[in-house]
Design a protein around this ligand. Structure first.
Ligand SMILES: *Cc1c(COP(=O)(O)O)cnc(C)c1O
Length: 334
């Protein structure tokens, strides 16, 4: 049992079968029918003109940022944003794009007043502010639909584009019980990770209008992301979006079970009301020697990340019964 991340999910048997049987071609020539089918279907299903299959969520975000921003431009994002904090500074390093982070509010949103205050005026002293990048879910929290509509108004008012790091956007849609288009409609570009809770082995998507996606396709080639018979991965990716979305509801229910169980453990403090999807955080007090506990759990086949706050992620490869086992073993070792 591995509670470190939903990226550890293994492909389903249906995915392995689809990989074995996928018709393929050279996607750099535009010849892979399975990739072409996935991109056309994904664009339509999410309400965009075009889609691009990418090697990772990091690459999809970078392509989105680089497609919207030129050298010397700037994007606004959260201090906690994955594409600011956890992507090796790629936008700055490879895109010469300056990030302008603002603190995330406790619910994960970015305050429009704070954002407005950091938009640069038209003046050659400043980088040109071009884009607002949001993340949904962010640390497992769902951005409200009304907030997304306000973000659209905000960018329209300031002449900016709007990007969504939607690595876990399906977790948001499932938690809100809405069609994915309800979220996607507000954004110029959106990414989706196929390889997290949705369980594909590899791959993400970038969605947007045709001009932006053509630009991103060119940059993907430049970054070494042009892949050949990649229909093998696209075949699994299609099943991620058609067959694995329902699993996310189970993952969310398991996260609820976990957070309520953790609440009863001495030394663990949790906020169940902040657990909206498949990610559970707990603060540990001094009495909890988490390194020691993690080492003991590992010997029994349970992997956690020893940190404070500690993060547990639920996914298809940990069952509801596994949650009970984790809680029991944790209690034993405290
Ligand atoms: C995982 C993740 C990414 C990046 O995905 P990789 O496929 O690991 O590169 C981007 N944004 C968020 C919010 C993520 O959780």
């Amino acid at each position: 049992m591995d509670f470190r991340s939903d990226t550890v999910t293994r492909p389903t048997q249906a995915m392995r079968d689809a990989i074995a049987n996928a018709p393929v071609g050279d996607d750099v020539y535009g010849d892979d029918p399975t990739v072409n089918e996935l991109e056309a279907w994904a664009a339509d299903t999410h309400g965009f003109e075009a889609a691009l299959f990418t090697s990772s969520g990091t690459q999809a975000n970078l392509l989105g940022l680089m497609a919207h921003c030129e050298r010397g431009d700037e994007y606004l994002c959260g201090q906690q944003a994955h594409n600011y904090k956890y992507e090796a500074g790629g936008a700055a390093v490879l895109g010469s794009i300056q990030p302008q982070p603002v603190m995330n509010e406790p619910d994960g949103t970015l305050c429009f007043k704070k954002l407005e205050a950091v938009i640069k005026p038209e003046d050659f002293h400043f980088a040109r502010t071009k884009l607002l990048s949001l993340e949904n879910t962010i640390n497992g929290k769902v951005l409200p639909l009304s907030y997304l509509a306000e973000a659209r108004e905000f960018v329209n008012k300031h002449g900016l584009k709007l990007h969504l790091d939607g690595a876990r956007v399906y977790n948001a849609a499932v938690a809100l019980d809405v069609d994915i288009k309800e979220i996607a409609q507000h954004f110029d570009t959106m990414t989706i990770c196929l390889s997290k809770g949705l369980s594909a082995p590899i791959g993400s998507l970038l969605l947007g209008d045709t001009v932006t996606i053509n630009k991103a396709r060119r940059i993907r080639k430049m970054l070494g992301g042009g892949m050949r018979q990649v229909g093998l991965l696209a075949a699994a990716g299609k099943l991620a979006l058609t067959e694995q979305v329902a699993q996310l509801k189970v993952d969310h229910d398991n996260a609820q079970k976990l957070v309520h169980g953790l609440a009863k453990l001495p030394g663990f403090s949790v906020k169940p009301e902040l657990v909206q999807t498949n990610i559970v955080f707990a603060k540990l007090d001094q009495s909890v020697d988490i390194d020691n506990i993690a080492a003991k759990l590992e010997k029994e086949g349970i992997t956690i990340t020893p940190s404070n706050p500690i993060r547990f992620v639920t996914h298809k490869d940990v069952s509801t019964d596994d949650i009970d086992v984790l809680l029991e073993k944790l209690a034993e070792k405290l």
